[in-house]
Design a protein around this ligand. Sequence first.
Ligand SMILES: NC(=O)c1ccc[n+]([C@@H]2O[C@H](COP(=O)([O-])OP(=O)(O)OC[C@H]3O[C@@H](n4cnc5c(N)ncnc54)[C@H](O)[C@@H]3O)[C@@H](O)[C@H]2O)c1
Length: 352
Amino acid sequence: MEKIKIGIIGTGSISVEHIEAYLKNSMVELYAFCDLNENRLNTMAEKYNIKHTFTDLSEMLKLKEIDAVSVCTWNSAHAPCAIAALDAGKHVLCEKPMSVSEEAAKAMKESAERNGKLLMIGFVRRYGNDCKILREFIDSDYFGDLYYAKATYLRRKGNPGGWFGDKSRSGGGPLIDLGVHVIDLVRFLMGNPKPVSVYGATFKKLSDRKNIKGKKFYRASSASENDICDVEDLATAMIRFDNGAVLSIEASFSLNIKKDEGKIELFGTKGGAKLNPELELYSEINDYLADVSLDAETSLSFDGLFAEEINHFVSCILDGTPCISPAQDGIEIMAILDAIYKSAETGHEVIL
Ligand SMILES: NC(=O)c1ccc[n+]([C@@H]2O[C@H](COP(=O)([O-])OP(=O)(O)OC[C@H]3O[C@@H](n4cnc5c(N)ncnc54)[C@H](O)[C@@H]3O)[C@@H](O)[C@H]2O)c1
């Protein structure tokens, strides 16, 4: 079988994960790079020995030999870049969040359908070892009816700066950047129930905490001293699904807590679980309350995580494998995110 040729749109931080994963896949030839930032483009092209480089996406998309692209730009460019690539007849793997609105996400799916091409969303947590283990327990009915879940992704001082704090390019703050990962993971684990209502609140109280002295904090490659910060620094929401289950979510870039944390908790009629980051299971054994930890690697391993996602994308294209993170799921997550922001603005529940 002939190798498929891949183009990368946006050669910033996350593109490295995509590139390294493509390089490990024997059915792929990494073919072309595109970035608005010529310096970054050239540095990356030199590092990975890529001959075809573009600062104008429309020029790259004229290359008929490109079969598929990864969209790794900032969030507001996901929809225009993905639609341009789909309209040019390329399959698309688009980073999370799918876009900056449900409306844009729907336009992306329409473009994929119109052109008969795959649009896969990079919900990378679906491809994690921890997700697979939880799925095994769910499939064997360990939890019974899963009716409640909590997901938190909290940073004490973790606004990366650059475009992440600029709403016009990010679409929002920690909710759309971090919350999206855990909302999607929980919904996926629950079997993708449809969201029916949302109540949310967002806060802009601490901003990006540029004033904080002391240790060095993570900053995005695009960060500078003059970055604007007009996104929320904390978001919290209750999401109700059509199967009666409810998910409570919290995500922050800035918050007065002791330690950063990222965890999910699942509560069912027969058992519960906490992933923080190791998995603990809670149930009853012979009418005693019992806590179980597995003799296995249960915390999320980044080793090979993106390779799982990229290999799936390639297999969907080449073998027709059904996509496990399709555009429709991206749309539903965008509908949830839009509703949380709307509820935060109006102070009322939003019915979906
Ligand atoms: N899956 C994950 O765990 C994960 C982790 C980090 C980031 N991300 C996502 O990846 C995306 C990129 O994040 P990043 O941290 O790599 O950002 P980044 O700033 O390092 O890189 C983004 C690049 O996109 C380029 N770009 C923007 N618009 C463009 C356009 N129209 N055409 C060509 N290039 C364009 C920018 O010049 C920049 O070099 C975001 O959507 C982010 O949410 C996902």
